[in-house]
Design a protein around this ligand. Sequence first.
Ligand code: SF4
Ligand code: SF4
Length: 87
Amino acid sequence: MRFWEKPFGKEKPKTICGEIHIINDRCKGCSFCIEYCPRDVLELSKDFNKKGYHPPVIAKPDLCTFCGLCEMICPDFAIFVTEKEEE
Ligand code: SF4
Ligand code: SF4
C-alpha cells in the first residue's frame, strides 16, 4: 500500500545552474553584483582591470542558480549568465 504520491505524479525537477561570464574591463567595481547575489557566488578580485577597478570573481560557481540578478543589476553590462549545459 502506498501512503504518499509524488507531487502531480512527476519526478522532482532538476535544479538549473548558471554559468557566469564577467567582462572585466567594463566593470567599475561598484560591487552591486556581489552584494545582491542571493547565493554569495561572487567576491571582489584582488586584481585590477584596465580602468583600475577591482572586478568580481566567481568564488562558488556551483551555487549559481541562474537567477540573473547580477546581470540585471550591473549598471555597465559587465556580467551576464547563461544556463549551464548538462554534463
Ligand atoms: S545569476 Fe543569481 S545566483 Fe548566479 S551569480 Fe548572478 S545573482 Fe548570483
Ligand atoms: S555590478 Fe557590474 S560594474 Fe558593478 S562590480 Fe559587478 S560587474 Fe562590476
